[in-house]
Design a protein around this ligand. Structure first.
Ligand code: ADP
Length: 449
């Protein structure tokens, strides 16, 4: 097992990884920008190295500085967390070229799944159901028109290199296709330096359901069940649940069997998430994320496992040591993403946190790097805390979430806490009756927070 791991990230996820390492007796190296010198992940780590100025491209994306930090501290492995360099195949290659272990999949698999067209082609060959659409990249607008006419409008033009909901445009009918084609390509070129796009049928009332998988280097692949991440705004997740209120165990097991068999064939290693749209009792694959997800805690709560420890064990070459039949799902878990944003306009709200109180009690978990007196810097993602509850069933989990939200205090900055408080009171949410479009309508109809 590794003696020392460098955590190439910040905020709550850097802390999350540090905690797993501590429990395994592994020493940690934090890296940080000059804006994060007093951040909690730096305070708690065994060692820390400043890797550059505030802008992420000069610090958390600065590969040379991160590799130097690993070398001078004698770290044997790097955990990338999520975001930043976590899905950068070149980074994974360079980590390994420096004789260090990359805690994640092989660079070949990161590259394959990072290109959504290649990912869909791989899944098609493995028998995983897909959203209908173009078989590959679209070369011309005429091609887009022809496929859209065949599969019928509405359709979505999506960036092959897409992420974070960018480079995605809907065309409701023929009159909108040219504009969608143009905007998706321009956005994709600007955000990802690549204007390859493809086309998918736009599903009008799907849920977003994803499957958590884990594979070791000995041919064992298991899944840890599904998460329902349908509550989204601008294709960004806000609240997640495990399991999905819409799925039964038979459907989950069937999907899990197809997916794990496919990944075994592929020789996949490490943690991964396959994202699906689910409508009319049909699953359709949209993309695979080759890293730990923000919402992984809801899975940990219902499975009683630590996904970060599993990632580390697998990266060290250890076998999983259990099979699918050993994995049990207990109760229900819900996570609220609390961001430093205005709960009505979603404008960023960085600044000094004057008071901070995290809720507690049975079945309550808070993953956050906040503390009273901490200044949330303006340079990074606005996620400041994740509140996770676990209870024997969904109704009790909602009651627990309502109680925990009422105890939580983050003063000095605006956060999305009031929005979550409204969501838990909503009868449709309570009934589990929602699709990916529900939250946008909810935000529009709640007059004041
Ligand atoms: P990204 O990588 O940018 O997050 P995804 O392909 O994962 O993009 O899609 C993000 C979200 O966009 C999905 O969770 C879903 O809400 C919506 N979406 C994506 N594809 C479709 C589709 N074909 N029909 C309807 N909604 C879609």
């Amino acid at each position: 097992m590794f003696q020392k791991i460098l955590i190439a990230n910040r905020g709550e996820i850097a802390l999350r990884i540090h905690r797993a390492c501590q429990e395994m007796g592994i020493r940690t190296v934090a890296v940080h920008s000059t804006a994060d010198a007093t951040a909690m992940h730096v305070r708690l780590a065994d060692e820390s190295v400043c890797i550059g100025p505030p802008a992420a491209r000069d610090s958390y994306l600065n590969v040379a500085a991160i590799l130097s930090a690993a070398t001078i501290t004698g770290a044997e492995a790097i955990h990338p967390g999520y975001g930043f360099l976590s899905e950068n195949a070149r980074f994974a290659e360079m980590v390994e070229a420096h004789g260090l272990a990359f805690i994640g999949p092989t660079s070949a698999h990161i590259r394959m799944m990072g290109d959504k067209i290649a990912a869909k082609a791989a899944m098609r060959s493995l028998g995983v159901p897909l959203v209908p659409g173009s078989d590959g990249a679209l070369n011309t607008l005429e091609e887009a028109r022809a496929i859209a006419a065949e599969i019928k409008y509405p359709v979505l033009i999506k960036a092959a290199a897409g992420g974070g909901g960018r480079g995605m445009k809907v065309a409701l009918d023929e009159s909108e296709i040219e504009e969608a084609w143009r905007v998706a390509r321009t956005e994709s070129k600007a955000a990802f330096g690549d204007d390859s796009v493809y086309l998918e049928k736009y599903l009008d009332r799907p849920r977003h359901i994803e499957l958590q998988v884990m594979a070791d280097t000995h041919g064992n692949v298991v899944h840890f069940g599904e998460r329902d991440c349908s509550l989204q705004r601008r294709h960004q997740k806000l609240l997640e649940e495990a399991g999905s209120p819409a799925l039964n165990a038979t459907e989950r097991d069937a999907l899990g069997a197809t997916v794990t068999a496919g990944l075994r064939k592929l020789g996949y290693r490490g943690a991964g998430t396959l994202e699906f749209l689910y409508q009319d009792e049909q699953f359709a694959f949209i993309e695979m994320n080759t890293r730990l997800q923000v919402e992984h805690p809801v899975t940990e709560m219902i499975c009683g496992i630590d996904l970060v420890k599993e990632q580390i064990r697998v990266a060290a070459g250890l076998p999983l040591g259990y099979g699918q039949g050993d994995i049990r799902f207990t109760g229900h878990a819900i996570e609220c993403r609390i961001t430093a944003e205005d709960p009505e306009t979603f404008a960023p709200s960085p600044g000094k946190v004057t008071q901070y109180h995290a809720p507690g009690g049975l079945g309550v978990r808070v993953d956050s790097a906040l503390y009273a007196g901490y200044t949330v810097p303006p340079h990074y993602d606005s996620l400041v805390a994740k509140l996770i509850v676990h209870a024997p069933n969904r109704a009790e989990a909602i009651g627990r979430l309502r109680r925990a939200l009422s105890e939580m205090v983050v003063a000095g900055i605006k956060t999305t806490l009031p929005l979550h408080q409204r969501i838990v009171e909503d009868p449709e949410f309570q009934a589990g009756d929602y699709t990916i479009h529900w939250l946008e309508r909810f935000v529009a109809r709640v007059p004041e927070l």
